[in-house]
Design a protein around this ligand. Sequence first.
Ligand code: PBG
Length: 338
Amino acid sequence: MPLFPQTRPRRLRLTKGIRDLVAETKLSIDDLIMPIFVKEGLDKPEPIEAMPGYYRYPVSDVVKVVGEALENGVKVFLLFGIPLPEKKDHLGSAAYDPNGPVPQAIRLIRKEFGEEPVIFTDVCICGYTSHGHCGIPVEKHGRSLIDNDSTLDVISRMAVVHAEAGADFVAPSGMMDGMVGAIREALDDEGYTEVGIMSYAVKYASGFYGPFREAADSAPRFGDRRSYQMDPRNAYEAIKEAFLDIEEGADILMVKPALAYLDVIRLVKENYPHYPLAAYNVSGEYSMVKAAAEKGWIDEKLVTFEILTAIKRAGADIIITYHALDVAKWLREGYSPF
Ligand code: PBG
């Protein structure tokens, strides 16, 4: 056992109490953010096939979902909205509809539970555009390009609408250049100086988002996102991306996905130790665990704790994870993995 230096040829007893006492990494429910999908036009929860145990909820169900989570100790939520298909357009204008699914859900949560739940919202247009891109495509010189600046206008309006409804933090996830600065300015101009920004500063163009795209119906209808998300081969570039977002006013940084990027989490934390760092344990990471567990090939609880602990050990302070409610329930049942 490496924890206690073996200066003499003897071993210390390592009971559970002693192991817990000297454990370097301690995972707590306070570290976790639970994503919630709210979908316009539903009358009952809709299971997400690629994410066993996860659902898209009617907006009115959000009170029940948040209530159950709060009872189990989960206090922080990240809301994703799914509009009616006919509301999707080229510009993603439904994203800033004050009566869209997310603003409605926030108002319901605030009305029922007041200030207690911490509400983050995803700010990206991919679920609201007819083409499924995170930015607005334009034709230029016979090619389709993402128009960064017009996208910034739309996501800034979206952020203000979420702030107005009562969000604590907005989380821009589209990796548009200047998104944090544009949103900060828009929020401040409208008087929402107290609303924070959690930036998806370091987001890789990853295959691990597959199940989410089914969940949020947000897959790009043409092309891919490699022009505006990071290349999995790069790590040091993450330092630059984090730096830019800090300069623009990000309050919390994020690395996404988590599991294949533990080195990047460590790198960002070591370079910016004074910023809270979140890691997104994304849909593909969740679904792989669920699928293997369903087949009886792994111990779901142990593997889930091992993964979340590893993400924390790498340097994340906050973990966004679809396992949040399961973990909360297991802990309440007295489960202890190590
Ligand atoms: C929206 C967004 C995505 C995720 C979070 N916000 C989808 C994407 O980038 O394709 C992915 C989360 C997950 O896979 O769990 N841009």
